[in-house]
Write a protein that binds this ligand. Structure first.
Ligand code: 3PG
Length: 220
C-alpha cells in the first residue's frame, strides 16, 4: 500500500536523522524549544503525551514554526490521538503495538508510527499496510544487532529506533538502510527545557545535525 503523505513525512524525518523526543511541562516554553531546534538544524519534534500540556505545546509549536514537522508521541488512547491531530500533529507515535488503537488512528487518516519490538509485531504492522515503524526500546531490546536480525526478512519496512539512543550510538543505526531516523530525548531533556537551557539544546541539535549531514555525505 502506498501512502505519499506518510512517505513525505518519513522523508523529512530522515533528513533530520534524529527526531527529538520531548517531554515538556509548560507549553509556554514550546516556541522557544521550537526555535532552538530549528536553529540547531533539526526542525522536527515528537511531543510526548507524558505531560498534560502536550497538545497545547504541539499547537503552540506548529503555529509559531509552521515549517517544522511536529508529531505526537506516547499516544496511547483514541482521545489522545484526536487531541494530537486537532492540535496540528503531523504524525502519531506509540511505544507499543495496539491493534485497536492502530485501527482507530488509520481509520481517522492519522499518520501512525507504532512501536514494534518483535517479528510478530512487525508482521501485525504489515497486515495494516504500515511500513514505517518505531523500534522500541531499541538499546534495551538488543540494539543494532537485534534490529538488524529482526529487520532482515521484511524488505521495505523501515524503523525509527528509540530508547537509549545517544550521540555515541546514533550513527551505527543511521547507516543501516532499514533505519529512516532515530528518536531520542538526549537532544532536549525535560530538565533542560524546564530550566530554559535553550542555548544548550541548540548546541546539541547543531552537533547532531552536523553529524547526520556528515554521515549522509559519506554514504553518497
Ligand atoms: C520514548 O519516549 O520514545 C523513549 O522513552 C525515549 O527514550 P530515551 O529517553 O532513551 O531517548
Amino acid at each position: 500500500m502506498t501512502d505519499d503523505i506518510m512517505d513525505r513525512i518519513a522523508g523529512k524525518m530522515e533528513k533530520c536523522g534524529v527526531v527529538p523526543v520531548i517531554q515538556i511541562e509548560d507549553a509556554e516554553q514550546a516556541p522557544y524549544l521550537a526555535e532552538a531546534l530549528t536553529e540547531g538544524g533539526l526542525p522536527c519534534a515528537e511531543i510526548t503525551f507524558r505531560t498534560p500540556c502536550a497538545a497545547d505545546a504541539i499547537y503552540k509549536m506548529t503555529r509559531a514554526f509552521p515549517e517544522m514537522l511536529i508529531g505526537a508521541g506516547t499516544v496511547l488512547t483514541s482521545e489522545q490521538a484526536d487531541r494530537a491531530a486537532d492540535a496540528g500533529a503531523s504524525f502519531i507515535v506509540s511505544p507499543g503495538f495496539n491493534d485497536r488503537h492502530v485501527e482507530y488512528c488509520l481509520g481517522r487518516g492519522y499518520k501512525m508510527i507504532p512501536g514494534t519490538c518483535t517479528p510478530g509485531e512487525i508482521e501485525k504492522a504489515l497486515s495494516f499496510g504500515l511500513k514505517y515503524l518505531k523500534f522500541f526500546p531499541a538499546e534495551a531490546a538488543g540494539g543494532i544487532k537485534m534490529l538488524s536480525a529482526a529487520a532482515a526478512p521484511y524488505k521495505g519496512v523501515r524503523f525509527m529506533p528509540t530508547g537509549g539512543i545517544n550521540e555515541d550510538n546514533m550513527s551505527a543505526y543511521l547507516e543501516k538502510p532499514f533505519v529512516f531516523c532515530c528518536g531520542g530525548t538526549f537532544i532536549a531533556g525535560s530538565k533542560d527545557i524546564s530550566e530554559r537551557n535553550f542555548g544548550k539544546i541548540k548546541e546539541t541539535a547543531l552537533r547532531v545535525s552536523q553529524a547526520v549531514k556528515q554521515n549522509t555525505e559519506k554514504r553518497e
